[in-house]
Unconditional design. Structure first.
Length: 118
């Protein structure tokens, strides 16, 4: 079997008023996933829960992101979450808060027999 990347999904999420990195990260992953219907597993005759999903989140203050909350967004398969410095923090006009933007990339991998992987 060969592990092959089958899908790359991207999304953006925000926390408009709270400046909460986890909220923005969860919304970014939902944005990436909820605009797609992955029929590739059915087309290839593999179980949808056999997917391995590698999630990368770019957000200000990555150390504050609850990776388990991000991972809980995945509807199928197993996943990993890597959070890196990225996104955008926009201070509010009064300077007492911020709007956070996060980006998400979800890479879907499947184990395919060698003849399908070629």
């Amino acid at each position: 079997m060969a592990q092959r990347r089958m899908v790359l999904q991207i999304g953006m999420g925000t926390d408009i008023r709270g400046g909460e990195p986890t909220k923005a990260a969860v919304r970014a992953l939902r944005d990436a996933l909820w605009h797609n219907s992955l029929t590739v597993t059915h087309a290839l005759g593999v179980d949808v829960d056999s997917m391995r999903v590698k999630v990368t989140i770019g957000v200000p203050r990555p150390e504050q992101v609850d990776r388990a909350a991000v991972l809980a967004v995945l509807p199928h398969g197993t996943g990993t979450v890597e959070v890196v410095e990225g996104g955008l923090a926009i201070p509010t006009e009064d300077g007492r808060g911020e709007t956070l933007l996060a980006q998400a990339a979800a890479e879907v991998f499947l184990d395919l027999p060698e003849e399908r992987a070629a």
